[in-house]
Design a protein around this ligand. Sequence first.
Ligand SMILES: Cc1cc2nc3c(=O)[nH]c(=O)nc-3n(C[C@H](O)[C@H](O)[C@H](O)COP(=O)(O)OP(=O)(O)OC[C@H]3O[C@@H](n4cnc5c(N)ncnc54)[C@H](O)[C@@H]3O)c2cc1C
Length: 392
Amino acid sequence: MKSVTVIGASLAGLHAARALRSQGYDGRLTIVGDEHHRPYDRPPLSKGFLTGTTGQDQLALADAEETAELDAEWLLGTRATRLDTGSRTVHLDTGRTLTTDGVVLATGATPRRLPGPGSPPPGTPTLRTLEDARALRRDLARGGSARVTVIGGGFLGAEVASSCAALGHDVTVVEAATLPLIPQLGHDMAELCARLPADHGVTLLTGTGVARLHSAGADDRVTAVELADGRLLPADVVVVGIGVRPATDWLADSGLPLGNGVRCDAGCVTPIPAVVAVGDVANVDGIRAEHWTNATEQPATAVRNLLAGHTAAAHRALPYFWSDQYGVRLQFAGRRLPGDTPRILEGSPDDRSLLAGYERDGRTTAVLALNRPRPFLRLRRELARAAQPTSA
Ligand SMILES: Cc1cc2nc3c(=O)[nH]c(=O)nc-3n(C[C@H](O)[C@H](O)[C@H](O)COP(=O)(O)OP(=O)(O)OC[C@H]3O[C@@H](n4cnc5c(N)ncnc54)[C@H](O)[C@@H]3O)c2cc1C
């Protein structure tokens, strides 16, 4: 392979570039990214960057020395608009085309919009990019305590709500489901986590969707959120955090199998061996993860297979994610299925500090911790060891 093009210049794209070089690839490397920035870290955007404890200079994922060592051509502020898989040609919005031997798809995910015509009004913040976070910071800094409504009680919504509360704002979270985080944590543990917002004066409204947003003024700013049950929540700032969808629009006519992401086998390889997918955009063997650790781990396997020209290895890492909200570090590892029974192993919900294991047929399938990083790490390692395929 003499040329590889990575589409998406963020976490997974950077790790793919690192993996290419560390696995001995010394050919031409091009990295295309539609943002204007070199890869930066997104998790602080809803946490320390929003509250002001993390500066922009702390977000960079690679320093100048490493960037130089990667010896890549960076095409930033440049969008890939089409992939012709037959000739392996990437079309860019600048009019340039790149014909390449190998392609790594690392275009991540984009925030979901609220359904309905014209909704949300322009300028209603979501939070995915550095620009989104800067705009939200500006809105929050307009003076005094703002009435903030966060639409969506998932991890992102909870973190934004928690950060806004820490800044002294009056925060309400609206969640359509009966409890946030049921899909990720199951009912019982989701119920425990739903107690956290009240500790910090945040109001959590569950079981009601949003009917529409009211806006006013020349800039069409949102002034209130109307709930499906008719309640009206006046708001100075509204943040929409109702999930993301994989960024695959530009691949619509590529012939690649798409469906909740770019579908690939367990080795991150698409039906075209010279095209692999990693990170939030990759649906690997039926599973698409939207977590930082996944985006850092998958590329090593994907690149190995790309360079081999076939699926020589499968990605088998134990899923892991964390979230910092309301003074609690929540950590989760493993593969929980609906019906798995959680059991508290240490600590107590009242102390906001606990370790819980999920069990199925007497086996631990996953582990959850609130503010218990050390025992969590031990159990995570044990779980990872147990999940390793045994050699014959
Ligand atoms: C605010 C926030 C907080 C988070 N906190 C946590 C956390 O606490 N824990 C955790 O585990 N995970 C967290 N995550 C998730 C984690 O950041 C993501 O899983 C990770 O960023 C995925 O990396 P990626 O490179 O696959 O995708 P992305 O980071 O989405 O990067 C994809 C890049 O590709 C670009 N792109 C898209 N389409 C094109 C195109 N056609 N042409 C060129 N470029 C394109 C995008 O603009 C973007 O720069 C958080 C995410 C956000 C947004």
